[in-house]
Design a binder for this molecule. Structure first.
Ligand SMILES: C[S@@+](CC[C@H](N)C(=O)[O-])C[C@H]1O[C@@H](n2cnc3c(N)ncnc32)[C@H](O)[C@@H]1O
Length: 398
């Protein structure tokens, strides 16, 4: 069983108060008093110069309260297949009610809510079509799979304070057996009760379907052309390595993951017509030495699943496996740095990883420090277009 770490205070900002904090603290206390004062609220909305600030804050607070409803509207649209259906053609309320067997009054409320959220749009003659946020969902199955998967998290969060006291008792923890030292089909590991290899196939499929976004970020930010052999560590069923195989036909490829995952990978690579193109190396990066020979190793959405001690072990293992001058590329969602404004997506990942029961969301500085501690030099954060999917660090073995 892995332990859960507490992020060091330094990851959240300076550890000692500076002259600016001494100046700011009394002002902040006064502002806190003002912002919670109902009289000031009434004054601020009456005043045209301050009204917009108050309106914006109130709307944001309302959105926080309504967030659960928003996510259920989204999930309902996915489960009812509305995006796929409306991609074919815009439809009326009655047609949609008939297709989904939901009474028109309830269906209308779902459709109007989806319009309000930008998922759908009104079209002529009372029809509904795809909205700007719904259109990508009609094409990308990976997004729908993640939305459906999040339902596990919502179930775990139904009693939010109890969740904080016992986050690992829920459905999400059961979804990720390796986070709790259990792994079906791995000799010596504890086995989840009566499930066979199904949990492995299930999480590997989810990861593969959400990998498209991540691999686009990596392959458009880092050129692998200068490398000879790549090993993807914790590479799942091989979605990333399959994309690399197509883009870089001369690159030799190795996939490393737990034995049952590589069984799933073997048939996925066969289906993709990549038999013999990727060497499969089963093992545990926590207990087995990684095979040598690769001059670039990728670690994608793996570190955040593990406590600091395990991440150090994995990074040292990778360091040992690389030749001098070899490259490690780490890609995963990362927290905003100390001093940057935290993003709402950070809240999602903090909670997801807590429910999973292992690891934590780290900032790029924290991950870079772990890489440097393991011997990597010239650790650099790459600039990528969509950091919500992943941020990317590269480092070199010297
Ligand atoms: C969150 S998934 C990410 C998969 C893939 N890299 C991606 O981004 O789609 C983490 C991967 O690490 C693998 N993993 C977990 N513990 C492992 C271990 N001890 N040794 C090797 N692989 C492990 C899992 O089987 C899984 O495929």
């Amino acid at each position: 069983m892995q332990s859960l770490d507490v992020a060091p205070v330094s990851a959240q900002g300076p550890t000692r108060p500076g002259w600016w904090d001494a100046l700011r603290e009394p002002i902040q206390r006064r502002l806190d008093g003002w912002f919670s004062d109902p009289a000031l609220y009434r004054w601020a909305i009456a005043n045209p110069l301050t009204r917009w600030v108050t309106r914006r804050r109130t709307a944001k607070l309302f959105e926080l309260m309504a967030g659960f409803v928003h996510s259920q509207v989204l999930l309902s649209c996915v489960r009812l297949g509305l995006f796929a259906r409306l991609k074919e053609q815009p439809l009326t309320l009655d047609a949609l009610a008939r297709h989904t067997q939901i009474e028109p009054p309830a269906m209308q409320r779902l459709l109007l809510s989806a319009v309000a959220l930008g998922l759908l749009e009104h079209r002529s003659m009372g029809r509904f079509g795809l909205g700007p946020l719904g259109a990508p969902l009609a094409r990308q199955d990976g997004i729908a799979a993640m939305i459906e998967h999040n339902n596990l998290l919502y179930q775990d969060l139904l009693q939010p304070v109890e969740f904080l006291r016992d986050a690992w008792g829920g459905s999400m923890a059961g979804y990720w057996p390796y986070a709790h030292g259990k792994m079906p089909g791995v000799p010596g590991a504890a086995q989840p009760a009566g499930s066979g290899l199904e949990p492995v196939a299930r999480y590997s499929e989810l990861m593969a379907s959400s990998q498209n976004f991540v691999l686009q970020e990596i392959l458009s930010s880092y050129a692998l052309a200068g490398h000879r052999r790549l090993m993807d560590v914790g590479g799942g069923k091989g979605r990333f390595i399959s994309a690399v195989a197509r883009q870089y036909p001369a690159l030799e490829l190795t996939l490393f993951d737990l034995p049952p995952v590589l069984e799933v990978a073997r048939s996925a690579l066969h289906t993709a017509g990549l038999d013999g193109r990727v060497r499969l190396h089963p093992g545990s990066f926590l207990t087995d030495a990684l095979p040598g020979g690769a001059d670039v190793i990728t670690l994608i959405r793996v570190a955040h699943d593990h406590c600091d001690a395990s991440v150090r072990d994995i990074l040292r293992n990778i360091y040992q496996a690389l030749p001098k001058g070899g490259t490690l590329l780490v890609a995963e969602p990362m927290a905003q740095s100390a001093g940057e404004r935290p993003q709402p997506s950070d809240a999602y990942f903090h909670y997801y990883l807590l429910a999973m029961g292992a690891g934590r969301l780290r900032s790029h500085e924290e991950l870079a420090a772990l890489m440097r501690d393991s011997g990597f030099a010239a650790v650099t954060l790459l600039d990528n277009a969509m950091p919500i999917h992943a941020r990317i660090l590269v480092g070199t073995k010297i």
